[in-house]
Design a protein around this ligand. Structure first.
Ligand code: HEC
Length: 389
């Protein structure tokens, strides 16, 4: 289980305070629309621009949509700031843990935690984009012929281009790095997560680049507002006001540099090796599960170990050795239990999520889903050694 993060306790207290206030209000006989008077509680990440931020002068695309939405519903808005990537685990703790009523920007897909999570209509379309110097027509794989293309590690674009000998891939770990590769002349095109590319283009690159949105399997998602499955009434009310918010949402997309325009359709990629992220921003991301390797149910059986091993050997083995067999102690992951004992899982979790960038261990939270991390961990559990030498 994921450890509690600071803030959960505080917000529970806030929730209790809210309940007490509500109980007090019930004494007032004239209070007919108790629900209307209560704030619409939204969960959001405080450090995930262009999507959300707790800085009131630059709140972010989703936060401003939330404000417009609350206004349309005639309710004040309150935030539960949860500093984390938007993985399923976060949704479980915050939204399904009843710390908030809604979460803006979840991928509108049954695969994403359905039926526990239900969705509003589509709020925005988000996808990978082809970023390049202005004045080029880039709208198909063929139009990338002969070019050096920066792709995010284990992303759908990387997978799409893998079969093309005439396109040279430059692998990067984040949209930020993709933009840098472009800027430093190491790539001609960056095929990276569009919203973040647009935001960076606007804020760091003077709108120097054009961004062609793409769509297709694993390339684009409908972002929607997610609710716990018990909140059908609220969901229906949100759906009823969404149409009148379209113009506002469009203006906000422009404000935050999100790429607009007709997306170019790409064919389906071969089997995805890994999870793909939505809203992969600096420090935070929400993870959409588009993986075939996911196991059903909770039992971390041999299936989980097998899929974990596969991911490990495909991605981690370069540095940590095939099957985790590694003679250099410092990066020998068979020593995790020996090294950390009961804290082993916690250490694993923070290290794989955040990485240790200064020590050469990349952050993987934008690359894999929590379930995939669970699988890798299940595999590592099977290779722990007690060796003391
Ligand atoms: C580019 C090389 C590289 C890759 C690829 C890599 N790691 Fe690492 N990893 C490192 C280095 C170097 C360290 C040691 C950092 C330090 O000295 O603190 C490390 C440390 C770790 C640790 C902490 C070990 C400890 O004892 O504290 C874990 C857990 C870990 N890696 C898991 C993974 C997993 C899982 C993957 C694949 C998803 C992976 N790593 C991929 C280089 C890599």
């Amino acid at each position: 289980m994921r450890p509690n993060r600071s803030g959960i306790g505080a917000s529970r207290n806030r929730a209790i305070a809210g309940l007490l206030a509500c109980a007090a209000a019930l004494v007032v006989p004239a209070l007919l629309h108790a629900d209307e008077a209560q704030p619409l509680r939204l969960c959001a990440d405080p450090t995930n621009l262009p999507f959300s931020s707790d800085n009131p002068s630059q709140p972010g695309f989703y936060v401003e949509i939330g404000q417009a939405l609350a206004q349309a519903l005639g309710r004040p808005v309150a935030y539960d700031w949860y500093k984390s990537y938007f993985g399923k685990r976060t949704v479980r703790v915050t939204l399904l843990g009843k710390q908030c009523d809604a979460m803006i920007g979840l991928p509108r897909s049954e695969d994403f935690m359905g039926p526990a999570v239900i969705f509003s209509g589509t709020v925005a379309k988000e996808g990978y984009g082809l970023v390049a110097a202005k004045g080029q027509v880039l709208n198909s794989l063929d139009s990338l012929h002969g070019k050096r293309v920066a792709v995010q590690f284990a992303s759908t674009p990387q997978n799409l281009l893998a079969s093309r000998a005439d396109i040279r891939m430059v692998t990067v770990l984040s949209p930020e790095e993709g933009m840098q590769a472009l800027d430093q002349g190491k790539a001609d095109v960056a095929f990276i997560w569009g919203p973040v590319a647009g935001w960076l283009n606007k804020t760091s690159y003077n709108d120097r680049y054009q961004i062609q949105l793409t769509e297709g399997e694993g390339l684009s998602w409908d972002a929607a507002i997610g609710f716990a499955k018990t909140s059908t009434e609220l969901r229906d009310r949100v759906d009823a006001v969404l149409p009148q918010l379209q113009a506002t949402i469009g203006a906000l997309a422009v404000k935050y540099g999100l790429p607009t325009g007709q997306p170019a359709r790409f064919g389906a990629a071969p089997a995805m090796p890994a999870g793909t992220t939505i809203g992969a921003g600096p420090g935070a991301t929400q993870t959409a599960s588009v993986v075939a390797t996911e196991t059903k149910g909770d039992a971390p059986g041999t299936e989980a170990v097998g899929s974990g091993k596969e991911i490990f050997n495909g991605t981690c083995a370069h540095c940590h050795g095939p099957d985790a067999i590694q003679s250099e102690r410092k990066i020998d992951l068979r020593l995790l239990r020996h090294r950390y004992g009961d804290d082993m899982r916690e250490k694993f979790w923070t290290t794989v999520h955040e990485g240790r960038p200064t020590k050469g261990m990349p952050a993987w939270k934008e690359v894999f889903t929590d379930d995939q991390f669970d699988h890798i961990f299940s595999f590592l559990l099977t290779v722990q050694s007690d060796s003391n030498d």
